[in-house]
Design a protein. Structure first.
Length: 256
C-alpha cells in the first residue's frame, strides 16, 4: 500500500508538469538552457517513476534516479532560495520536504532487498533525515498554528474547521516527539507508522474536502496539490516503517 500511496502523488505532479509546463518552466533556474524542455522532462520522469513503482518493474533503477532528481531540486532550487532569504520559513520547509521525499525514494530502492550491503546505511540516513524533518515541521506548527497541519506551507486552515488553531498546536506538539522517538532504533518503526497514519488522516479529513469544495480551477489545483503533497509525505514514513526491522520488507546484513 505504501508504494502506491507514494506513486499516486508522483503521477499527479508529473501530469501537472506536462499540462502547465509554461508555468513550471519559471521554477527552473534561469542559468539553465532549454528551461521548457526540463519542465517536460521532469514531468515525464515523474510519470515513469510512478509507473515503475506501481508495476514493481525496475524499481531498483527508477527509485535511485528519482531520489537523485529530487536531491538536485534541493541543491539547485530550494537550498539556494533558503540561503538567499534565510528568514523565509517556506523556503526552509521546502528544503526539508524535498529531502524527505528523496529519502522516500531511496527507501523504495531498498524495499525487498535481500541481504544486500548498504541497505542498512540507506535506511539509517533516511530515518535521521525524516526525524529531523518532523522536529522542524513540529516547531513550525507551534510557531504558526494558523496554517493547515501536515507539511507547514502557506495554506491557512479553512474557517469551516472547528478549533482550527488547536489542530495546528496539536500536530506541532506531536511531530517533534515522534521525531525524537524516531532517532531511537527501538521505537523508530512505531513512530514512523504513527506519522504515516496521522498524515493519511489529515489528507482524508482536511485536504480532500478542501479539494472537493473548491469552486474554481485555481482552488482545485491548489487542493489536489495539498492532497498529493500530504499523501506523499505520509507515504514516505510508511515506507520507512516497512524498511525498518519488523517491517518485513528489507533483510540486511551488518556492515563490516
Amino acid at each position: 500500500m505504501a508504494p502506491a500511496f507514494y506513486a499516486a502523488p508522483l503521477a499527479v505532479f508529473g501530469t501537472q508538469h506536462l499540462i502547465v509546463a509554461q508555468f513550471v518552466m519559471l521554477m527552473v533556474p534561469v542559468w539553465m538552457p532549454f528551461r521548457l524542455f526540463w519542465a517536460y522532462f521532469v514531468g515525464v520522469a515523474l510519470l515513469a517513476a510512478a509507473l515503475s513503482i506501481v508495476t514493481r518493474k525496475l524499481v531498483w533503477l527508477s527509485a535511485p534516479l528519482l531520489a537523485a532528481m529530487i536531491f538536485l531540486f534541493v541543491l539547485m532550487i530550494h537550498l539556494p532560495n533558503a540561503v538567499k532569504v534565510p528568514g523565509n520559513r517556506i523556503f526552509w520547509v521546502l528544503v526539508f520536504r524535498e529531502m524527505a521525499f528523496a529519502s522516500g525514494a531511496m527507501l523504495l530502492a531498498v524495499i525487498g532487498m535481500r541481504a544486500r550491503r548498504g541497505a542498512e546505511r540507506i535506511v539509517l540516513v533516511a530515518r535521521m533525515v525524516l526525524a529531523v524533518t518532523l522536529v522542524f515541521f513540529g516547531i513550525q506548527h507551534l510557531l504558526h498554528p494558523e496554517f493547515a497541519p501536515g507539511v507547514p506551507l502557506e495554506k491557512i486552515t479553512p474557517t469551516w474547521v472547528s478549533m482550527a488553531r488547536f489542530w495546528g498546536y496539536l500536530v506541532g506538539a506531536i511531530l517533534p516527539g515522534l521525531g525524537l522517538e524516531m532517532l531511537t532504533r527501538k521505537w523508530a518503526r512505531r513512530a514512523a507508522v504513527t506519522v504515516g497514519a496521522v498524515m493519511l488522516v489529515i489528507t482524508v479529513s482536511l485536504y480532500l474536502p478542501i479539494f472537493l469544495m473548491a469552486t474554481n480551477t485555481q482552488g482545485q489545483v491548489e487542493g489536489v496539490n495539498y492532497v498529493a503533497d500530504t499523501l506523499l509525505f505520509g507515504a514516505t514514513f510508511m515506507l520507512l516503517a516497512a524498511a525498518l526491522p519488523g517491517g518485513g520488507a528489507v533483510k540486511t546484513v551488518p556492515s563490516v
